[in-house]
Ligand binder design. Structure first.
Ligand code: FES
Length: 76
């Protein structure tokens, strides 16, 4: 049943990012992030895995409410 769901084309979240790859994974070292990083969770960003604001158009078109993951260092 799991494989049937995986091979289904219906309801895919990822519509264009690295579709030739069996799994899209990104890894960053904490030390390289700097003071703030904004990561896409809607899978519509042209700068994926970074957010480029495309979630706003997606939300407008679909009524969805997705947004980015923001990682930042605490203010001293
Ligand atoms: Fe995807 Fe902002 S573009 S969360």
């Amino acid at each position: 049943q799991y494989l049937n769901k995986r091979s289904s084309k219906k309801g895919q979240v990822n519509t264009f990012i690295s579709k030739d790859s069996p799994k899209v994974v990104h890894c960053f070292d904490m030390e390289d992030i700097g003071s703030k990083a904004v990561y896409c969770r809607c899978w519509k960003s042209k700068k994926f895995p970074l957010c480029d604001g495309s979630h706003a158009a997606h939300n407008e078109q679909t009524g969805d409410n997705v947004g980015p993951l923001i990682i930042k260092k605490k203010d001293p």
